[in-house]
Design a binder for this molecule. Sequence first.
Ligand SMILES: [Cu+2]
Length: 236
Amino acid sequence: MRTSRTLPVLGAALLALPLLAACGSKDSTGSGSDKVAITATDTACKVAKTELKAGQTSFAITNKGDKVTEVYVYGEHDGAYTRVVTEVENIGPGISRDMEVKLGGGTYEIACKPGQTGDGIRQKITVEGAKADEEAGKSYDREVEVEAKEYALEGLDKFTAKAGEKIEFKLENKGTTEHELEIFGPDGKEVGEVSPVKPGATGEAVIALAKPGTYTYKCGIGDHADKGMKGSFTVS
Ligand SMILES: [Cu+2]
């Protein structure tokens, strides 16, 4: 009785071995369906794996901090990690979100931004493989933060850009009434806008600054521009 029971068990164990081996090798490739965990807290941005293979990559973000956070993947632009490859915003405390992105070969920085402001806490990652054509994806050269309040738009006084840059304008409304940000090219025509943002909220728009010259901006709501919510910047 004993020997006849042992044999089928052994057979099942042998059959299971190749399956286990297949799972193991898939986990070690660093690509495919495996998710790379990002643990964000108010003081840290822990990325489970910092060496990845080029291609479609999934990050599983968990916010273990007390503040609302956002996570960015930055590529290099003129020697600095300012080019936004992708981002996930408004991740509340205790919340998990996935971030999907196609990464080409190169180095990147992942930033967690507790409180959704500033440069964030950064972790460099290296991606091995062919460089990607990122034009097709959601990509822009860099972002600039603008603060709106009654009655000023702050953050663009020292801003300049090069013709052809794609900039994400991020408007944080720190006032007590709605504000917006309209941007006009050198010919006076509107090139884009961040639509009205409620007090305490943030809005954004990616705007291409195609031509060189002097651009002007304003809040187009009521008489806000006349009260001071306007200005200009140079694109060279
Ligand atoms: Cu306004």
